[in-house]
Design a protein around this ligand. Sequence first.
Ligand code: C5P
Length: 242
Amino acid sequence: MNMADSRKNPLILALDTHDLAEAREFLATVGSLVNYVKIGPRLWTQGGAPFLKEVSSRGFEVFLDLKLHDIPNTIAGAVDALSDLGIWALTLHAGGGREMLEAAVSARDDADSEMVLLGVTVLTSLDAPSFNRVCPGCRLEDAVKSRTELCVESGIDGLVCSPLDLPGVKKTAGDSLVTVVPGIRPWKVSDDQKRSATPLEAIRNGADYLVVGRPIIQADDPKAATLEILQEIEEGFRCRKS
Ligand code: C5P
């Protein structure tokens, strides 16, 4: 399959723009190449549910990345309220614990929604020393492993992890969870993403979806950058087969 000819590819565009107007411009520029669009706290705050519905009505699958983290009762309320907005997927912090994740699943099911629930394991911006500050004595790999187990046990649909964590996640969860992978850097840059890899490496390691923001949003030519990433994704699938 030539991914550039089809929007059915696993690239999720992180629409981390300054405002809604800029977001609409990006959708007009690269929208013909992507099917999945991630909306984070900034655009959610500015546009709320009407903006999500606008993006859906333009034919995109909406990934709402709010990384919810609260007590189970509060999470159930939030998931219930988000369940009928036509969102494709929603994130929660797996560090909120098994009961929190189970409350999200129950609320989604009670609302008869098909929204995919994804647990964020450990942020890709955290490396081992910075993780040690938030969780002294706990190794980052152990946290990823136990949070992956929590995702499996709680019955949520998938997780968000670093491309570097994929081999361990697959070992723990097999193919039972959908893997959504940010921290994708097609070329070497120095920013807040600490545990990153190229699109090719992430797909080769078994990622189901790749989340890419700044490499596209901040590119001089966003369309060319998207095409380059799609080519690498194709190459990654070829490596998987061989
Ligand atoms: O610009 P960049 O490609 O780093 O964007 C990555 C996106 O993925 C951001 O919107 C960020 O919020 C999100 N994300 C992440 N790490 C996670 C979960 C989500 O970078 N663990």
